[in-house]
Design a protein around this ligand. Structure first.
Ligand code: SF4
Ligand code: SF4
Ligand code: SF4
Length: 420
């Protein structure tokens, strides 16, 4: 059975009257508590993590007199480190999360020369290219890599930077841009849909370009020369699939305390000789799942119906899964202080999996499957009922892999020659 087949309704098989009566009786019986969701087990620590949630941005102080300066981490003629902030395939929310530090961002300006930050400051590709290798102390890169410009810029910043921070879920796991990997026909199918088939573009093309639809070209000759656009890739990649990365800060967007922690660590290292966190450290997460940070009461009830929050009167204290709302908390690493579940919305998994889990979507499915009453002494649900319930999830791949498609074992959809 394929992944999506699990969510498709199929014709009911004939059942004996006894079988039907047994199930009706079972449905009428009180529902017992189910086992703890499989994914809710504590994750073992297999990679370095740093919880930064208690560090206020005001702790990010301007460095004092230069105590010691680590060679190879930029040359600070004016006592400042050099900082680049770049967005690849991103929505801009990660940049805004850095600005969220309010006046703390001025502290960043006091301690660092910002050599590139497209959303807030100048700094061109040619300026970066003219720098010495390793001259930038730290580059913070958000967004996934989905076109030639993204790839060129992240490789350039890697070359010119002593430290590279993979910032935000799109950079760490592919995020929503990596859902494009589910389009079997790749970039051609995406461009065709976006520029020819969406209601707004189809109408526009019909009104203004009925003879031949206008679709962006990578090269166009004009009177003054050749204009080019970045080339879109078929497969969206995470940052560490393209360049070597020193630190990871997940979240959509991350809590600003995480980058505050990291910048302070860099300043302490450069100016005070304090050791940096180990390379590969994930900043701003705990080693357990979000369920362990969530204050909702967990009864591990069995569910026989999946609902959206707006369809029920949500109990403000009870676990959302216990109420039939799909929550990816059991499969998601803690770190955000349960931002969504504390306001009645289910976790969609933006912090990614724990270090014990490679496949967040499959882990979430396992957790949900463990809540169905299918055990022998309480067979409220059979295969058909489970398929009926699961088929109410409108976009299962989009739900379970909303943030981590770029790192999933599924990798991408493909269209075989001659059809799907
Ligand atoms: S991680 Fe979230 S906030 Fe950051 S760029 Fe991606 S979608 Fe935007
Ligand atoms: S609401 Fe979600 S995060 Fe909270 S305990 Fe339940 S499953 Fe876990
Ligand atoms: S609750 Fe889940 S989706 Fe919401 S911020 Fe936390 S990790 Fe992200």
């Amino acid at each position: 059975m394929g992944f999506l087949d699990m969510f498709k309704k199929k014709p009911k098989a004939d059942k004996s009257a006894k079988n039907t009566a047994d199930k009706a009786a079972a449905k009428a019986a009180p529902v017992k508590s189910a086992a703890k969701p499989a994914g809710a087990a504590c994750a073992s620590k297999t990679a370095a993590t740093v919880e930064a949630s208690k560090l206020p941005f005001s702790d990010l102080v301007v460095p004092g007199p230069l105590v010691s300066y680590k060679q190879g981490f930029g040359t600070p003629p004016n006592g400042k480190i050099k900082l680049a902030i770049y967005w690849a395939a991103a929505c801009g929310g990660c940049d805004v999360s850095i600005l969220d530090s309010n006046d703390g961002v001025l502290t960043v300006g006091d301690m660092a020369d910002i050599v590139m930050w497209p959303i807030a400051a100048d700094g061109k590709e040619k300026d970066i290219a003219a720098m010495n290798d390793g001259e930038i102390t730290v580059s913070i890169i958000s967004g996934a890599v989905r076109n030639t410009e993204n790839e060129h810029m992240v490789k350039l910043l890697r070359k010119k930077s002593a430290i590279v921070v993979c910032y935000g879920t799109c950079a760490c796991f592919g995020g929503s841009p990596a859902l494009a990997n589910l389009v079997g026909g790749g970039k051609d199918e995406i461009l065709d849909y976006v520029y020819r088939k969406t209601p707004s573009t189809a109408n526009f093309q019909a009104d203004y370009h009925s003879d031949s639809a206008v679709v962006p070209q990578n090269k166009v000759d004009v009177a003054d020369g050749e204009l080019t656009l970045p080339v879109l890739y078929d497969t969206v990649k995470t940052l560490d699939q393209v360049i070597d990365v020193d630190y990871f800060v997940p979240g959509c967007p991350p809590l600003q305390e995480s980058i505050s922690y990291l910048l302070k660590a860099v300043a302490d290292f450069v100016y005070g000789g304090v050791a940096l966190p180990p390379k590969g450290t994930t900043v701003g997460v705990v080693t357990r799942t979000l369920c362990d940070q969530c204050s909702r009461r967990k009864e591990f009830r069995r569910i026989t119906k999946i609902v959206e929050p707006h369809e029920i009167d949500v109990d403000p204290d009870l676990c959302l899964m216990d109420q039939g709302i799909l929550c990816l908390g059991p499969a998601t690493v803690g770190g955000c202080n349960a931002k969504c579940t504390s306001v009645g919305q289910p976790c969609r998994g933006c912090y990614g999996p724990t270090t014990a889990v490679q496949e967040q979507g499959a882990s979430a499915l396992t957790a949900i499957a463990s809540l169905f009453p299918v055990i022998d002494d309480d067979p409220t649900c059979g295969e058909d009922e489970i398929i009926d319930i699961m088929s109410t999830i409108k976009d299962p791949l989009g739900y379970f892999y909303a943030y981590t498609m770029g790192k999933s074992l599924i990798k991408r959809s493909v269209t075989e020659k001659g059809g799907k």
